[in-house]
Design a protein around this ligand. Structure first.
Ligand code: NAD
Ligand code: UDP
Ligand code: UDP
Length: 453
């Protein structure tokens, strides 16, 4: 065999990242044929080279030198087009060095293949950023119900990254070392939109991921929730508390779905030796929350920034404890890679009444919005605060980001979302589908603004 031609290696590499954007170009098929011929020429022994190159001559009917020059030109064009596409996507490196965020180079054998279900959602996309940055190979599996491609666009085309549009309730065969199983809508209006689907996602979806973990001997982490404690009668909540859940109320599709998902995790641990980790996540906020997810943080910030009424459900005396998303991601990674396999609360014990939280956001945004009291929603938990002793002792984790600091970053994110959209109508308390918020101006105006017309 001849040594690998570095020119071809470079070409193949450059094309990997940009294939998705170039395959529709008119020159793509001829260039692809020419490249295949060149690759073949490189792969065969020298004695066959002449025969094949004359075959190539007769196919394309031009001398080899010219053929190489032509391919060179076309490949340069491919690279130019691909970097143009990246500029349009807004992810080109400042000095043209790398169009992707920095990624650590891990020694052979240390880079894991990690599956993140729900990886294009709010939490999942931050987790993906951390895992990619650490040098791992990441597969995102998502049906895009509440996920957004813009959350992971910074990695599209990266050789360590793969996006699979797939619903977890369908079986799938993959080869991975770790599974972070996040797939499930998390905001009440979204998980109540199609409760049967929410139950299937938590039950059938988790079963499939456990079957996969069992087959390939992967370690699997489930993102469970503080909702397994329901409307808690114990405060703050320790992992040993069994909860107070209404099994037939509007929140049951989510709460009971996660409870049975936890049950399945430990059944697979006991019966099939699957290594499991269970994170019970408390209310989390940060950039990339879906603007229409109807959760308290997104709603209050969007309402405050637009000077609209801040809507409180009930008397506002119910409490929640809020953590910034970076802290959560750190906790998930520590839990996955630690030795402790029982459920762990991951949350910030900084507890607020909903009314105080509304005032806090009004203050930070300097908003003159009024507070509007609406009827309470059914089965709304009256209090919630994590006891994080287990997290501290077993995985050496505690939150680092103060709520105010996290809110400032989140407000900045929503300000940008609003600039782009013009207006966002927050989702109310009743079950609803995630909406793509309205874009500013009509289609022609937006294109002109981006200089594409
Ligand atoms: P999210 O709605 O932003 O993300 C969920 C992701 O899962 C989305 O990308 C969605 O498209 C995907 N998904 C939903 N159903 C799917 C299916 N059937 N197949 C494949 N993909 C599917 O929510 P999030 O806030 O990022 O929550 C992530 C996980 O963390 C969820 O499991 C949630 O229950 C858990 N959690 C979150 C919070 C929080 O405050 N954010 C609190 C407790 C638990
Ligand atoms: N499964 C999957 N991918 C795999 C292995 C299993 O999606 O790589 C699914 C499988 O289709 C089944 C579920 O996981 O629905 C549970 O698998 P398991 O082997 O535990 O149970 P069984 O198939 O024996 O019922
Ligand atoms: N909430 C509110 N106004 C809103 C959205 C939510 O008063 O516009 C309240 C909600 O009733 C609950 C708390 O804020 O008491 C947290 O709601 P969220 O939907 O964020 O999450 P939950 O913890 O209930 O799952």
């Amino acid at each position: 065999m001849k040594p690998q031609n570095p020119y071809i290696k470079k070409t193949t590499f450059a094309m990997q990242g940009s294939l998705a954007t170039i395959h529709r170009q008119p020159w793509f098929i001829p260039v692809a044929i020419l490249l295949c011929i060149i690759v073949l020429l490189q792969m065969i022994p020298a004695s066959h080279d002449e025969n094949l190159s004359s075959m190539a001559h007769s196919v394309v009917n031009i001398p080899m030198d010219e053929l190489r020059a032509l391919i060179n030109k076309e490949v340069n064009q491919v690279m130019l087009e691909s970097s143009k596409a990246d500029i349009i996507r807004g992810i080109s490196g400042a000095s043209g060095t790398s169009k992707y965020p920095p990624v650590k180079k891990l020694p052979e054998g240390q880079s894991l293949r990690i599956l993140v279900t729900g990886g294009s959602g709010f939490v999942g996309s931050h987790l993906v950023d951390r895992l990619m940055g650490a040098g791992h190979h990441v597969i995102v599996l998502d049906n895009m119900f509440t996920g957004r491609q813009r959350n992971i666009i910074q990695w599209l085309g990266h050789p360590n990254f793969q996006l699979i549009i797939h619903d977890v309730i369908e079986p799938i065969m993959l080869e991975v070392d770790q599974i972070y199983h996040l797939a499930c809508p998390a905001s009440p209006p979204h998980y109540q939109y199609n409760p049967i689907k929410t139950i299937k996602t938590s039950t059938e979806g988790t079963l499939n991921m456990l079957g996969l973990a069992k087959r390939v001997q992967a370690r699997m982490l489930l993102t469970s929730t503080s909702e397994v404690y329901g409307d808690p009668e114990v405060h703050p909540q320790k992992e040993t508390y069994w909860g107070n859940v209404n099994p037939i109320g509007p929140r049951a599709c989510y709460d009971e779905g996660k409870r049975v998902a936890e049950t399945m995790m430990y059944a697979y641990e006991t019966q099939a030796n699957v290594e499991v980790r269970v994170a019970r996540i408390f209310n989390t906020f940060g950039p990339r929350m879906h603007p229409n997810d109807g959760r308290v943080v997104s709603n209050f910030i969007i309402q405050a920034l637009q000077g609209k009424d801040i809507t409180i459900y009930g008397n506002g005396q119910q409490t929640r404890s809020f953590q910034f998303v970076d802290d959560l991601v750190e906790g998930l990674i520590r839990l996955m890679n630690g030795e402790y396999s029982q459920p762990v609360n991951i949350g910030n014990p900084d507890e607020y009444t909903v009314k105080d939280f509304a005032d806090l956001i009004k203050g930070i945004t300097n908003s003159n919005s009024s507070i509007k009291m609406l009827p309470a929603t059914k089965d709304d938990p009256r209090q919630r605060k994590p006891d994080i002793t287990t997290a501290k002792e077993k995985i050496g984790w505690q939150p680092r980001v103060p709520v105010r600091e996290g809110l400032i970053k989140t407000i900045e994110y929503f300000r940008k979302e609003l600039e782009e959209s013009g207006e966002i109508v927050p989702t109310g308390p009743s079950a609803s589908k995630p909406q793509q918020h309205k874009q500013k101006g009509n289609y022609r105006e937006r294109k002109q603004k981006r200089g594409r017309m």
